[in-house]
Design a protein around this ligand. Structure first.
Ligand code: DP6
Length: 349
């Protein structure tokens, strides 16, 4: 027999960035972070997990290609979920798995992303969150979302925020064992329905410096990182929570842009410096800044993760449409590497 479960998780985009770990093994961050979870129709991972007594080992395929599970991030999540597995019964198929038997059974996992992997579009976040969620479903794990987020965190930090929709905060926590480093939902999918998120794919190439190694280098060498984590982010997180709660786009946009810029400043402050943005990214920032300044108030916010692609957040469809027109005018696809636009008009579920 074979028993299967399938799940889908959207990716999330940080508006207050996570950059730097205080514990590499448990993935504990140096500061809180806040994100927006996207609509799963646009950027998501879909994972199917199967268990059968005839599987001789655990195996995993990512976008159709087999990847090694040994010692990796997926392995630690698998171990944590297995520990919490419960009895499972499928009457129709006549299958009964007792919780103590899960340790003897192996799983096959197939995961797909509907967007470019490792191009700085937080694919690991959706992938790991989906992995944890779907395994939990198959193994009848009873833990709540907070506990699941802490397991996903041990796969990839930003993954803990993809366990929820809407606006999510990853609380850094204080405990050395990571038990209080979990994600919480600040507002659900319906709270700020007017927002439109546009991702301008500047390049779908694999990034040169992974987030994991980039942030390790920043922790070791950037004095700005310490200042940011201890002095800037705590205050910014409070202001961002307030902006989200009151749907204050002006404050939300200013904080989002400032935090993206400071994250990239930390990257430049790292030795050797890390360049995630390219000329096209910088030109997009200038375009948005000029527009915002000419209106006297932000019309759109931008944020960039560990890659050159721009995530642009508009307060409504009207501004999103004007933004798209501007992008198409200033970046005609044939004469630069801004190859496509992904538009999610219901970007927040
Ligand atoms: C720039 O979560 O990919 O997207 O924990 O090492 O897997 P690991 O890193 P990852 O880092 C994401 C960094 C970021 C900012 C963010 O999402 O908060």
């Amino acid at each position: 027999w074979v028993l299967m479960a399938t799940g889908r998780s959207p990716t999330n985009i940080a508006v207050i960035k996570y950059w730097g770990k205080r514990d590499e093994a448990l993935i504990l961050p140096v500061n809180d972070s806040i994100s927006v979870t996207l609509d799963p129709d646009h950027l998501s991972a879909t994972t199917t997990v199967a268990v059968s007594p005839s599987f001789p080992s655990d195996r995993m395929w990512l976008n159709g290609k087999e990847i090694s599970l040994s010692g990796g991030r997926f392995q630690s999540c698998l171990r944590e979920i297995r520990k919490r597995a419960q009895d499972v019964e499928d009457e129709k198929k006549g299958i009964r798995i007792k919780k103590e038997d899960w340790g003897k059974l192996h799983v096959h996992i197939a995961s797909y992303n509907n967007f470019p992997t490792a191009a700085g579009l937080a694919s690991s976040a959706a992938g790991l969150a989906c992995f944890v969620f779907t395994l939990g479903k198959l193994m009848n794990v009873k833990e709540d979302h907070g506990e699941l987020s802490s397991i996903a965190r041990q796969g990839s930090g930003s993954a803990c925020r993809s366990i929820y929709g809407g606006f999510v905060k990853w609380c850094m926590g204080k405990n050395n064992d990571g038990s209080d480093s979990i994600a919480v939902q600040l507002a659900d999918e319906a709270h700020w329905n007017d927002l439109v998120i546009i991702i301008a794919v500047v390049s779908s190439k694999q990034k040169e410096t992974s987030s994991t190694s980039g942030m390790r280098d920043s922790v070791e060498t950037s004095p700005l990182l310490q200042y940011r984590a201890q002095t800037v982010v705590p205050e910014r997180v409070l202001k961002m929570e307030e902006a989200i709660k009151s749907r204050n786009f002006e404050s939300f946009a200013r904080l989002t842009c400032a935090d993206s810029n400071q994250f990239h400043a930390v990257c430049l402050d790292t030795s050797p410096p890390i360049f995630y943005m390219n000329d096209t990214s910088h030109r997009i920032i200038s375009l948005v800044e000029k527009w915002n300044q000419s209106e006297g108030t932000p019309r759109v916010a931008y944020t960039f993760d560990a890659g050159p692609n721009a995530v642009l957040i508009a307060p409504n469809r009207k501004n999103a449409t004007i933004l798209l027109q501007k992008l198409l005018y200033y970046f005609p696809p044939q004469d630069n590497d801004l190859s496509s636009y992904m538009v999610g008009d219901k970007s927040i579920l």
